[in-house]
Design a protein around this ligand. Structure first.
Ligand SMILES: [Zn+2]
Ligand SMILES: [Zn+2]
Length: 388
């Protein structure tokens, strides 16, 4: 089959790779119908994430039609149209039982690559380094989905592919970030970043009852989307001091909750020496941490800081700001399986429709060009999606 492979820094190519197979009786193989690029992929492109190997298939946000079913799969059949969260859950461990899906204890066969850095290992993820399990990604004609009964969610017939696709990764991540804020009537929620995850966090916060949502970015077309779809007020961070401006707009108090949807994934997670090597190559370190530091300073005393950006092992994290202001800090990689059913309900009931994130739809053959548009944020690109 054809797939988009990482062949080195800034080198993505569509090549022939072996077809995936059912290797465990609980697997299915999915014929991919749509697969989206994600902001966190850019750090793979830029070579900041260790433990990628040449020829690895990337992509972790996808949906498709079931093509082959293992003999112990019960709830999914050939021909079913499903969307799949980016983190693989086993459905049986204590973490999965607690709805903490990205912490699953059983789906990362390469846990030893993360433990020296994190002390523990995360769940596995598709197409996202060997430290995150080494699973083949979704920018391909077919992808293997383990623990299919746990990880495949049926898409209602009335939803089209683009309406369901983002329930895989961008939307549950943003939705979880808003959920972490325990939003009450009258709350002001500020969100740093208007990429796919940031826009989803803004719209979800509005849906959960935030009185005001304030979106922070620099790209006019993305700020316009925040205004249109989330009803957000906007701040262009290149034009004002963000902390001063947020205080000014909230009577000197600061937002009740601040969501960081920018992140500093560049540090990634992997063996310590690989991390050090990657860190030496980093040029954007200070800038990237700035969104989080701004959020901490801007947030009202006793407020909530919700961190969605995929951070590595960040230095210069001003913990004293959180301590002295009594902030509640909440963070996680996305626990998609907790949220997907309610997200699909929100679309079916017309309460939210994330399909506008897919600004560019391209055939798989043109996916390298799609990543180029995405990386350089050209032509108003928020998310390029690929139809194999
Ligand atoms: Zn992602
Ligand atoms: Zn588990």
């Amino acid at each position: 089959m054809r797939a988009l492979c990482w062949e080195g820094v800034d080198d993505l190519r569509v090549t022939e790779v072996p077809d995936p197979e059912v290797v465990n009786p609980r697997d299915v193989v999915l014929r991919v119908s749509l697969s989206s690029a994600c902001g966190s992929d850019l750090h793979i492109l830029n070579g900041y994430l260790p433990t990628m190997r040449e020829g690895d298939v990337i992509g972790h946000e996808f949906m498709g039609e079931v093509a082959e079913v293992g003999r112990k799969v019960e709830d999914v059949s050939v021909g079913d149209r499903v969307v799949v969260p980016s983190f693989v859950g086993c459905g049986n461990c204590a973490y999965c039982a607690d709805d903490l899906w990205s912490l699953c204890d059983n789906t990362n066969p390469n846990a030893s690559l993360q433990e020296p850095v994190l002390g523990d290992a995360t769940a596995g993820i598709y197409g996202y380094t060997h430290a995150f399990g080494g699973y083949a990604g979704s920018h391909a004609e077919y992808v293997r989905v383990p623990h299919a009964d746990t990880n495949c969610f049926h898409v209602p017939d009335e939803l089209d592919d683009q309406q369901a696709l983002f329930a895989s990764d961008a939307w549950p991540t943003g939705y979880m970030g808003a959920d972490f804020c325990d939003i009450e009537d009258g709350d002001v929620v500020a969100v740093w970043g208007c990429g796919g995850v940031g826009l989803m966090a803004q719209e979800s916060a509005a849906l959960m009852g935030a009185e005001r949502v304030i979106a922070i970015d620099r790209l006019p077309e993305r700020l316009a989307m925040a205004e249109e779809h989330a009803g957000a007020e906007t701040i262009d961070y290149t034009e004002v001091d963000v902390v001063d401006e947020l205080k000014r707009r909230t009577g000197g108090r600061g937002p009740d909750a601040c969501i960081d949807a920018v992140g500093m994934e560049a540090h990634g997670t992997g063996v310590a020496h690989a991390y050090d090597r990657a860190k030496q190559r980093l040029r954007l370190h200070t800038d990237r941490g700035e969104a989080l530091r701004q959020a901490m300073r801007a947030c009202r005393k006793g407020g909530t800081l919700s961190v969605l950006g995929v951070y590595g092992v960040m230095d210069k994290f001003p913990l004293g700001v959180a301590v002295n202001k009594g902030l509640t800090v909440r963070t996680a990689q996305q626990h998609g399986q907790r949220y997907v059913p309610q997200l699909l309900d929100h679309v079916a009931e017309g309460e939210m429709d994330p399909s506008y994130l897919a600004t560019h739809e391209l055939p798989l053959a043109e996916s390298p060009e799609g990543y180029d548009l995405f990386k350089h944020k050209e032509d108003g690109c928020v998310r390029p999606v690929f139809r194999p």
